[in-house]
Design a protein. Structure first.
Length: 199
């Protein structure tokens, strides 16, 4: 949807950062509407906000360790999986995260969320402010994460690219859901194309 349509607001409500006035938030059939964001993380929700999503003064590895704060088991296997997914992070693991490029910072943010072993990962504008090459790489990594069995809920301004990889898409207009369908259906919809995809 366009700017101001309510995409990020909806995601924050799903994660428990905003109060829901009506309806319910369900995860695996369980009503989690009253749970705090921390409790939602413990239930399997991961969230990567659009901005301020890393600890800049900490190293890459320390950022990933922060993602494992709720875990009581050995998280080193998960860290290795994150490094396999984002090889540049292994290379830069001792570097302060604040010294990384925008795309690398996003990889740290996604990696940290993956450290909680979520069943659903929510990404708020993951490609905002990154170059087209980095955007393509992030989309590739997001596809890889989805292939591991993690469901992904993503708010994304690059609608065409997001719909190309989406199983299901929702187009929000002024806070309401205007169109729903598979990514392919929405890409082929003449109204959606004309209004949101530039024809």
């Amino acid at each position: 949807g366009p700017n101001g349509a309510g995409k990020s607001t909806a995601m924050k409500a799903v994660f428990g950062m905003l109060d829901v006035r009506s309806g319910a938030v369900r995860l695996d059939g369980h009503d989690i509407t009253q749970l705090t964001p921390q409790d939602r993380v413990a239930r399997g929700m991961g969230f990567v906000p659009q901005t301020s999503n890393i600890f800049t003064s900490m190293t890459v590895e320390e950022n990933l360790e922060m993602g494992a704060f709720i875990r009581t088991d050995d998280y080193r296997t998960t860290m290795e999986q994150v490094y396999d997914l984002f090889p540049i992070l292994r290379e830069k693991r001792r570097q302060p995260a604040g010294e990384l490029s925008g795309g690398q910072r996003q990889q740290v943010a996604v990696g940290r969320a993956l450290m909680t072993k979520p069943t659903v990962l929510m990404l708020d504008e993951p490609t905002a402010g990154v170059s087209p090459i980095v955007m393509d790489e992030l989309f590739d990594r997001i596809i890889e994460v989805a292939r591991t069995g993690i469901s992904i809920l993503m708010v994304e301004q690059n609608a065409r690219q997001a719909l190309e990889i989406a199983d299901k898409g929702y187009v929000l207009v002024q806070g309401a859901n205007a169109y729903t369908g598979t990514g392919r259906e929405l890409l082929a919809d003449p109204e959606v194309r004309k209004s949101f995809l530039g024809g």
